[in-house]
Design a protein. Structure first.
Length: 262
């Protein structure tokens, strides 16, 4: 099956005798599915499962096909226009590949990308413009900080960042003493923002790191649930000390399962 056959399937789904659910969808109604499919693909990539990646890529592609079909019905554009536009953009934005210029490092490519966008008339009042507001807060903070760093607004060394993290933690402690919700919220937000800055300095994606920690929490908590079930106990009947011992057991099993560095 090729893209034309997939487009034909969408035409039938939206046609007169098509699916009632598909026929009533709008751009706005499909937004949650677009985000959901993107995150499911993200998860499949994290798991490095080729079959799952293939499936989730298909699901995401179908959402793009859906949006193109709606645009076609409005006589705005269709899939071929989208493909043509992105193809031309990639050729134009990569003169070091398709033209005569030369870029030796990823950083030079990024600098050239920004120059080319300005030539195309995509002028910004602020260097921070263009970062999607729909991104998760961690990713958005990371993107914004990278933009500011490109303009020279950045710490020189990681020790400065660590000092700032400590400073923000002390400010949170003071806010906790005051008991004022607004102050606590502000200082907690500052800590998150500084931790994202720290992740940027050590070249760790904050979203990836956070998602892995969430996955680790789920695995260890499921271990507690499983052991409680084996002991025919309810979690609510267990003491915190019992659960902490099981948590430590789960940690030890994870460490034993990790391959040794060679």
């Amino acid at each position: 099956m090729d893209i034309q056959e997939l487009l034909a399937i969408m035409d039938k789904l939206r046609g007169e005798k098509g699916c009632p659910w598909d026929k009533e969808q709008t751009r706005a109604s499909l937004k949650p599915y677009l985000i959901e499919e993107a995150y499911e693909l993200y998860e499949a990539i994290e798991e490095n499962d080729p079959e799952k990646i293939k499936e989730e890529l298909g699901d995401l592609l179908f959402q793009i096909v859906f949006q193109c079909r709606i645009a076609k019905e409005k006589a705005e554009f269709e899939m071929s226009d989208v493909i043509e536009a992105i193809g031309k953009k990639m050729v134009t934005r990569h003169p070091h590949v398709f033209g005569e210029t030369e870029c030796r490092t990823p950083e030079e490519v990024i600098q050239q990308w920004e120059i080319l966008k300005k030539r195309e008339g995509k002028l910004r009042e602020s260097i921070l413009e263009g970062v999607p507001t729909a991104l998760s807060s961690l990713l958005r903070a990371h993107r914004l900080q990278k933009r500011a760093a490109q303009a020279g607004f950045d710490w020189e060394k990681i020790e400065d960042v660590l000092m700032k993290v400590d400073e923000e933690m002390n400010e949170l402690k003071e806010a906790l003493k005051s008991g004022k919700r607004e102050d606590m919220e502000e200082e907690l937000g500052d800590i998150f923002f500084m931790l994202v800055n720290l992740s940027r300095f050590i070249k760790v994606n904050p979203e990836d790191a956070h998602r892995k920690t969430i996955g680790k929490f789920i695995r260890r908590f499921r271990y507690i649930e499983m052991k409680a079930e084996e002991q025919k106990k309810k979690l609510t009947d267990m003491t915190l000390e019992e659960m902490e011992r099981l948590w430590d057991d789960a940690k030890k099993k994870e460490y034993k399962a990790k391959p040794l560095n060679t």
